[in-house]
Design a protein around this ligand. Sequence first.
Ligand code: SPV
Ligand code: MN
Length: 613
Amino acid sequence: MDKIDLEKLRKLNNQHVIKVVQEAIKLCKPAKVTVITDSKEDINYVRELALAIGEEKKLKMEGHTIHFDGYYDQARDKANTRYLLSEDVDWGIELNSIEKKKGLKEIYSYLDGSMAGKEMLVRFFSLGPTNSIFSILALQITDSAYVAHSEDLLYRPAYEEFKKLNGSSDFFFFLHSAGRLEKGVSVDIDKRRIYIDLEENRVYSVNNQYAGNSLGLKKLAFRLAIKKANEEGWLAEHMFIMGVHGPHNRVTYFTGAFPSGCGKTSTAMIPGQTIVGDDIAYLKKINGIVKAANVENGIFGIIRDVNPQDDPLIYRALTTPRELIFSNVLINDGIPYWLGMGKDIPEKGINHSGEWFKGKKDNDGNEIDCSHKNARYTIRLNALENIDSKANDPTGVPVQAIIYGGRDSDTTMPIVESLSWSHGVFIGATVESETTSATIGTQGVRKHNPMANLDFVSVPFKTYIENHLKFADGLKEVPKIYATNYFLKDESGNYLNSKLDKKVWVLWAEGRVHHEFEAIKTPVGLIPKYEDLKTLFIRVLNKDYTEAEYTQQFSLRVVKYLEKMERMSKIFENIQMPAAFTEELTTQTERLKETRIKFGEDIISPFEFLDIK
Ligand code: SPV
Ligand code: MN
């Protein structure tokens, strides 16, 4: 480390920072160490370094670059992501862990000398807006300029904030090495490991580049934050935050958790609404109000199917000059192409498999798509025209509604409001997402993904749910909770709803927050009245919504719901759960059984339910 860099570290007046940097240098043995402050010059240095070492390449459009992750490094590696645990804990749900001493020994051996001949970057960021009750400071050490550059786009710089720590060790620490590179890509994939130390608030990650594995501040920090939130009584959630724009210029803030493929981004990007964040939210109670802040400052979004028709705002951001990183798309003559972009795709180019041509197969004989299905773009949130005016408010935005979005073809109604907060927690904890089957006609496999957070919950599941249940205590206004399902199908396998319909569901929920609509009470929650939806469909989509459509979409599929309750009972019979949760499961099952007996039908029209709230 040269004198200037050393001085930058010393200026922080923090022995803990010095210590972890020293230890990282001793272990990883870099040829050079560079400390990056919040200055334009330093941040520009990172951008240039990513190009110089070949982790990114310039594209034709100004500011655009391409990064490739290795062919076998295209998504989060769940199998090799483990918690380092000193003692056995009953987690309730399955959790991938390794005995701490053994795990540390293993990952240290992979990190040992991992930066030989390379440059170590030392970076400082804030999770959440700086200078706010939401901020958690994070120190990132990496030898990947792509990782450091991505974090510039996705998080708020916080070198100056570290000075305000006054020497405390109250920060998260991430040590990452991409390991051995060939053509700018990590090659020792068999030695890829991501080990999380919840006791020390630190994460080690090695031999990878894909952001979900490598960027400390994304899903790695998220796991540390969930533990912290559970200890301190707030929520760290896998949620978007959006402003829903109701009548009379009213803005009502919603958060939403959806497993992947269930409509999370498309909900956050509903035309006419504004976005605060698309992936991770912190929720805290401030003076009896739930406030939420976006942990991030940018979007690491799936690019597949982003086209001018379905995602005009994102498409525009991706096709105009600005600082942005494409990853794992097809490049032909300096221009990016991806699946579902609504344009003709060239028959050759460069992609994550190297030189690519149409029909190219991988080692397993599978045809390689032009771009990976999980190919991504990384942009700052302010690249989007629909960014909310309060996106950076250090006091967060007030949350009045929470959506849990699942996916099934035959059970859950398009939108249901919970009967209470604890019923809403139950709805969130029983979210299922149906994988689409390759064989036409066969039923999809339903995966249980509580709060869309199954991969990240870092405390015993009972504790996690208990924390949710308690969160409503002392609130002046308890947020309403909704379940959505955009994927109901008819007997012939056609979707019952168009992609645009979700705008009506969300605006109905917004109106409910402001007591503008009545709702019909069913055994599974409160559903819209036909007249209200009819009016909203005309106003919002200029569409005639028929009574027949309503009846088909909002009928209670009581047998299917009972099957879901059975699946949930099976899952939860082996997990210690809070009494309030078990009570919700039992009473909802009972309500469904009684209704089934009362009506003697498998599917019950919404008009049969008379209780109006
Ligand atoms: C997700 O998979 O939930 C993502 C992308 O948001 S990743 O960064 O891989 O976690
Ligand atoms: Mn995510």
